[in-house]
Design a binder for this molecule. Structure first.
Ligand code: CA
Length: 238
């Protein structure tokens, strides 16, 4: 597979430089645009695999750019926001961003999000290709050995025995499974499964993981599927 192409849309030269350097170091091909118009041109002509899009831009702002691109392409968009009010708008206006990061953020965090979003798109594409060649709609099911997650029925079965999960337990399992092999921090899990208005704290994640393990692990005290990554969070082993 060729290196993924990332378009950075940002008007602060110092931040462009840092993002450009960090992403190239990870092996990505990087394109940059410093305003909304240039971003639209670059996205249309270069068809990037992912876009990192700042909200405050001269001319067309990030919200407008996101709204326009959403109608034209499926590329994952990570928005960069400077304030919490902007974060509210990302959700409130439903501009169609896939993810967001609040400034200031660490390059490590950004790269983790870029990887997770590219991975998600790749999985979606693989599933789409697989379902086009099979009679069974594989997009509705995820199978890991004797564990089956039925997305349309929201049911989980282990060795053929169906387990009834609470809504958040199910969402958590699907999120972990979609990002299998990736270490996911408690904060990221909280944000993606519970939403970022939730203030329950990361203890919530641990409790739900414990419940899930009781249902899907053959020995919950020695988990093989949802593995604890000390000091960070969890990783799903597919
Ligand atoms: Ca800006």
């Amino acid at each position: 597979m060729t290196n993924a192409k990332v378009l950075i849309v940002e008007d602060e030269p110092a931040l462009i430089e840092t993002l450009d350097y960090s992403l190239r170091k990870q092996g990505y091909e990087v394109l940059t645009a410093s305003d909304g118009r240039k971003a639209l041109d670059a996205a249309r002509q270069q068809t990037p695999d992912l876009i990192v899009l700042d909200i405050m831009l001269p001319g067309l702002d990030g919200f407008e750019v996101c709204r326009i691109l959403r109608k034209e392409m499926n590329v994952p968009i990570i928005m960069l926001t400077a304030r919490t009010e902007e974060v509210d708008k990302v959700v409130g206006l439903e501009v169609g961003a896939d993810d967001y990061l609040t400034k200031p953020f660490s390059m490590r965090e950004l790269i983790a999000r870029v990887k997770a979003n590219l991975r998600r798109v790749r999985i979606d594409r693989e599933e789409a290709t697989a379902s086009a060649t099979q009679l069974v709609a594989v997009t509705e099911r995820m199978v890991f050995g004797d564990l089956t997650i039925d997305l349309s029925r929201r049911e989980v079965s282990v060795q053929g025995n169906v387990h009834h999960l609470k809504p958040k337990e199910f969402d958590l399992l699907v999120f972990l499974a979609r990002n299998r092999g990736i270490v996911l921090s408690r904060d990221l899990i909280l944000e993606r499964v519970w939403g970022w208005e939730f203030d329950g704290g990361s203890r919530t994640v641990d409790v739900h993981v414990r419940w899930l393990r009781e249902k899907i692990e053959s020995d919950p005290s020695d988990p093989q599927r949802i593995v604890t990554v000390r000091g960070i969070g969890y990783r799903f082993e597919g």
